[in-house]
Design a protein around this ligand. Structure first.
Ligand SMILES: *Cc1c(COP(=O)(O)O)cnc(C)c1O
Length: 393
């Protein structure tokens, strides 16, 4: 029997679960993208348990599968949406509420956290009166004209040093102009409810959060003094790291720092929001695909599988992440190349997987692949995205 891997904090699927995945692949065909809803519930509860005073808004863009939204909805989660279609995925579950209750729910539980919104979207959003973020003057003018009933949250530009995905080059108002922007919003008869920031996705440099909190505290206090208006929301964004490998620090460590700093810097009645995306879904999903071709190239076994970087492995491009390709079978590991199914040599998943000798038809899998993966899958070469399969127990 193979030795159990040491517990390095990285999530690995169990032997029992591997059997189930192979069964599902034989029932459903491949590639399949398997979502474990119980794991999502556990992740949500873990986040809540470390930071009980923070309201959790799932960033739908990490994985917008409606069944994921439903699972989190049933847990009482709130939502960060980045587009009108994402807003509508969430809205589907509250459609039948009486109007007033529905609008209250939206106000309390949805934030439209894309600072740039098409005018057509603002016009539709206005009837729902949600919280929306902004970070520039042009956007303020648009909101005043097309969604004056929305509540505003100013997104700040904060350091993203050491995060896997950098966001500060595209989003966030410079701290030096923040109070002026808040003032201008009030002059336009809009209401600024809060501040937000994003330290960059998969943030393993916790100082980013500490600096952003300090910056926010300074701006809130300056705005409240200068404008005599109360800022009651602080949205600390996403970035909460997933343990893809043992070097990633735990959420518990981060939570301790955040709780201490928040308590030190803000009054107890400040509402603190967070927008975890990756953290809630990454380790809840596994991809199972199949070897469809095999060759010996550049001195090593080379496998062609039926999913690749234009599909579920797209996170290797857009998310700057890597997903080890693993075999269900055992055997002497050899350094191997793994390619996707399309006619582009860019569709290379890895040139250095450690895999036993595999045959055409053998299954392989990648774990911790729930975030920013199937969400950016294409139909390139006519291959559709992987079929989604749910495990709900
Ligand atoms: C993408 C995004 C998130 C989610 O980030 P994660 O790093 O996946 O937690 C949260 N808020 C905003 C505004 C985003 O753009």
């Amino acid at each position: 029997m193979k030795k159990e891997r040491a517990d390095d904090g990285v999530f690995h699927i169990s032997a029992e679960r591997k059997d189930l995945l192979q069964q599902l692949a034989s029932d459903e065909g491949t590639p399949i993208f398997v979502i474990d809803h119980e794991k999502i519930r556990q992740n949500y509860q873990e986040f809540r348990s470390y930071m009980p005073t923070i309201q959790v808004y799932y960033a739908v863009k990490a994985n917008s599968n409606p069944a994921i939204v439903k699972t989190l909805f049933d847990m009482g989660c709130s939502f960060d949406v980045a587009s009108l279609p994402e807003f509508m995925i969430v809205h589907e579950y509250i459609r039948d509420m009486p109007d007033e209750e529905r609008l209250d729910w939206i106000w309390d539980k949805i934030i439209y956290a894309n600072t740039i919104k098409p005018i057509e979207t603002l016009q539709v959003l206005d009837q729902y009166k949600p919280l929306v973020t902004f970070d520039n003057r042009e956007e303020l003018r648009k909101i005043q004209q097309h969604a004056p009933n929305a509540g505003l949250v100013l997104r700040l530009r904060v350091p993203n040093t050491g995060s896997m995905v950098e966001l500060s080059s595209k989003f966030g108002a410079d701290p030096g102009e923040a109070v002026d922007l808040i003032a201008e919003a009030f002059e336009r008869d809009l209401v600024v409810e809060g501040l937000s920031f994003h330290v960059g996705s998969q943030c393993n440099n916790f100082d980013n959060y500490i600096q952003a909190l300090q910056l926010s505290a300074n701006i809130i206090s300056e705005a409240e003094t200068r404008l005599d208006r109360k800022i009651r929301i602080l949205d600390i964004g996403g970035g909460f790291p997933v343990r893809y490998h043992p070097r990633v620090k735990s959420l518990k460590t981060l939570a301790k720092k955040l709780n201490t700093e928040i308590k030190r810097l803000f009054p107890p009645d400040m509402q603190i929001l967070a927008e975890p995306g990756r953290f809630l879904v990454a380790n809840a999903c596994t991809l199972v695909s199949k070897v469809i071709g095999k060759a010996f190239r550049d001195g090593k076994p080379s496998y062609y599988i039926n999913d690749g970087v234009y599909h579920t492995y797209s996170g290797q491009v857009f998310d700057h992440n890597t997903y080890p390709v693993l075999a269900f079978s055992e055997g002497e590991p050899q350094i191997s190349a793994v390619f996707g199914p399309t006619c582009d040599s860019f569709d290379t998943i890895t040139l250095s997987a450690l895999l036993p000798d595999l045959a055409i038809g053998d299954l392989v899998y990648s774990e911790n692949i729930g975030a920013y993966s199937i969400a950016s899958s294409t139909y390139f070469n006519g291959f559709p995205p992987a079929k989604v399969v749910h495990i709900n127990r």
